[in-house]
Design a protein around this ligand. Structure first.
Ligand code: DGL
Length: 264
């Protein structure tokens, strides 16, 4: 254990979506303190320019570093694919990012067609283009921008008719291509899995990267001698720059956490 191992893991996202990753991290690493930053005021990142996404990622990183985070999880595909390289080169803590899981989908597909639902910012990024050009050439990736979904999820709307209609429209454009894997390339989307199942049925496998990110976070902590082995009560602090209500809704009331407003 080194002197910072009791410090929190920092996690940020454009809003509440990264809590789907936070939950996986907390399950795998229950002894770790955490700080979560929900930049909901600036959501969605997915429609913004690369420069703007980088600027927001830098701002979030600096807040987490001021709060003494020992590692930072970029719990946002859009921020990872547009900014993680810069963050790694310019800050002296380990960063863990999240990218759409097209590799496992491309290895396991039988129909040789995989669908991905992600933001425009992720699908247009250089990192995603590079990753997708490296998969098996026999596999076709069908891309669909999840336009409008993050905005509704940020309002706590997972089940309205508006959501169902929008989701059905996006998914139908993917399933008509005979896909057998659907990759969720945005950390907000795991909250829609029951609704997605209603549309796509049970024959298509849904993959997201939450567990992989949690495992990678554990590996990074181990490799840097940063696992928290102190036996003190664990604290989870969530900060949002809009209402606390949607965070309360997605976290439920069985967690040991605080949610506060922060002006950032
Ligand atoms: N949760 C995010 C992601 O994984 C960002 C969504 C957005 O703000 O557009 O891409």
């Amino acid at each position: 254990m080194n002197s910072t191992s009791n410090n929190p893991i920092g996690v940020f996202d454009s809003g509440i979506g990264g809590t789907s990753i936070w939950k996986e991290i907390n399950t795998l690493l229950p002894n770790e303190n955490t700080i979560y930053l929900a930049d909901s005021k600036n959501a969605p990142y997915g429609q913004k320019s690369e420069e703007k996404i980088l600027e927001l990622s830098i701002k979030n990183t600096e807040i987490l570093l001021e709060k003494n985070c020992k590692v930072i999880v970029v719990a946002c595909n859009t921020a990872t694919t547009n900014a993680i390289q810069y963050l790694r080169e310019n800050y002296n803590v380990p960063f863990i990012g999240i990218e759409p899981a097209i590799k496992p989908a491309s290895i396991n597909t039988k129909t040789k067609n995989i669908g991905i639902l992600a933001t425009k910012g992720t699908l247009n990024s250089g990192l995603f283009t590079a990753t997708s050009s490296n998969i098996n050439k026999e596999v076709t990736i069908i891309e669909q921008i999840g336009e409008g979904l993050v905005e509704l999820i940020e309002k706590g709307d997972l089940t309205s008719k508006k959501m169902t209609d929008l989701l059905t429209d996006h998914l139908q454009k993917l399933i008509k291509h005979n896909i057998d894997y659907l990759v969720l390339g945005c950390t907000h989307y795991p909250y829609l899995i029951p609704q997605i199942r209603e549309v796509i049925g049970t024959d298509i496998t849904i993959i997201d990267s939450g567990q992989a990110v949690a495992k990678q976070t554990k590996r990074v902590l181990e490799n840097n001698n940063l696992l928290n082995i102190k036996n003190t009560k664990v604290k989870h602090r969530f900060y949002t720059n809009t209402t606390t209500k949607v965070l309360e809704f997605v976290l439920g009331n069985n967690q040991n956490y605080t949610i506060e407003n922060l002006n950032f």
